[in-house]
Ligand binder design. Structure first.
Ligand SMILES: Cc1cc2nc3c(=O)[nH]c(=O)nc-3n(C[C@H](O)[C@H](O)[C@H](O)COP(=O)(O)OP(=O)(O)OC[C@H]3O[C@@H](n4cnc5c(N)ncnc54)[C@H](O)[C@@H]3O)c2cc1C
Length: 407
């Protein structure tokens, strides 16, 4: 398989490179990220700039705010923008997950009104799937939507909702029929996050930030016109969102190798360049092989998608290997740095405390978008053809599934 640019792709790459050179911030030694609020503001400003230049949501149709190009063009953009210090993946949940759901299920009027605002980050979107007792098994969710006239009344709780505190809208999966099996009784909607009855409570993480939130719904209302898909068709709609999530994160999920390589080129150990140390070289070789393998399997998946295929189980492989590698590299670097590894001040620490921050956030990346074990199940069942896990709740009405939480 050849992953070289076609002449048309090479031309697009050159155009992107020229635009980024003129408009994006280079990576420098002095960049300090600042507070979460600053990063959010910077991200909004960056997305607007990208939108105005016509590079937002590259694979979306032009009439919805995109560039009308292919997934490969999107990858070329990601490969080039990652060389700069810009927050390009910041609103990936909205654009990568919620956008395709809206594109598939919303009315034409909703699409032309809302999608360009999502593409320019004028509106921020979040994904409201996980609940306290429904994460890996999201089909076990209990947030209720009950029809009253032409609107749905929402009651329940979501958790781990990334970016909900900044969001204008969310795509939400609710239980609409407890009398049928769990997969058949769910419906998907989009919801106005600023309305009465929606209470967002940020969760403070060990690094001091609040990436995600608890979201409580107390008689919040959703007009039936904001239903995405059929009543009871929520599982199929959710699978579409999750499939697009795999695609959206596959190009941007960090594995830590480029940062490690950069570090060892400037670091000394006991007065000798780290890059000459045989133990460091052995680790570098090991992670280089994984990094190259990940790149190749991501490219293979994206090539298949560009030809009309769907993201397959390669995405699970990439997620599993990349997330573990990212965490292992950060832990290793903190050991290499010795005492200075304990400095987490971004203005003083190596690479602006990239590795220190990664040590604290990497465990979350191993859970988000499917845990290691869930990825292994996907690989076992879909790649290796092993028997399916026993599913004790198959064919039973949701309300009859034994549970300690009957709320
Ligand atoms: C940083 C971050 C951002 C997130 N953002 C969002 C978001 O924006 N929107 C959203 O809806 N959710 C979000 N999530 C939630 C995420 O999808 C869930 O954390 C994830 O699906 C796991 O669910 P859980 O946390 O409930 O763990 P559980 O599902 O309760 O899992 C607990 C443990 O059991 C294991 N386990 C579970 N089932 C199996 C099985 N069948 N076989 C083997 N082992 C199993 C898991 O691997 C894990 O180790 C986010 C999570 C994180 C960490």
């Amino acid at each position: 398989m050849d992953f070289k640019d076609s002449p048309e792709q090479a031309e697009f790459r050159a155009e992107v490179q020229a635009w980024l050179k003129a408009n994006a911030k280079p990576k420098t030694k002095d960049t300090v990220r600042g507070s979460q609020e600053n990063r959010y503001k910077e991200a909004k400003a960056w997305y607007k700039k990208v939108f105005d230049a016509g590079y937002a949501c590259i694979a979306w149709p032009k009439e919805y705010g995109g560039a009308g190009l292919s997934q490969i063009h999107k990858v070329i953009w990601s490969q080039e923008v990652e060389k700069y210090d810009e927050p390009d993946g910041y609103f990936v949940i909205g654009q990568g997950n919620c956008g395709p759901a809206m594109m598939h299920f919303a009315t034409e009027q909703q699409k032309t009104e809302l999608l360009p605002r999502m593409a320019s980050a004028e509106d921020v979107w979040c994904q409201l799937f996980s609940e306290p007792s429904a994460g890996s098994d999201v089909a076990g969710l209990r947030t209720k939507a009950q029809l009253q006239g032409d609107k749905w009344i929402i009651n329940g709780q979501k958790i781990w909702t990334s970016g909900a505190q900044h969001s204008d809208y969310g795509v939400i999966l609710c239980r609409t029929d407890p009398d049928v099996s769990k997969y058949r009784g769910m419906t998907m909607f989009f919801i106005d996050m600023k309305q009465p009855g929606v209470d967002v409570q940020p969760i403070t993480q060990m690094d001091g930030g609040s990436h995600f939130n608890e979201v409580f719904f107390n008689n919040a209302e959703i007009p039936d016109s904001q239903r995405l898909g059929d009543v009871g068709g929520g599982w199929g709609a959710a699978l579409l969102v999750l499939m697009n999530e795999r695609l959206a994160i596959s190009g941007i999920q960090p594995d830590g190798f480029p940062e490690l390589l950069k570090l060892v080129q400037s670091l000394d150990i006991d007065g000798e360049p780290a890059r000459n140390n045989p133990l460091v070289r052995e680790r570098l070789a090991h992670w280089y092989c994984q990094h190259a393998g990940l790149k190749a399997s991501t490219n293979r998946m994206l090539t298949a998608v560009a030809k009309g295929g769907i993201p397959g189980a390669e995405a699970a492989l990439g997620k599993l290997v990349g997330a573990v590698m990212n965490q292992d590299i950060a832990n290793y670097v903190l050991q290499l740095l010795g005492d200075t590894g304990a400095i987490s001040d971004e203005s003083l620490a190596e690479q602006h405390a990239h590795f220190q921050n990664t040590v604290m956030f990497a465990p979350g990346i191993r859970l988000a978008g499917g845990t290691d074990e869930v990825m292994r199940n996907i690989i076992a069942e879909q790649v290796l053809g092993l028997p399916q896990e026993p599913r004790a709740d198959k064919g039973i009405a949701f309300k009859d599934i034994p549970s300690g939480n009957q709320g």
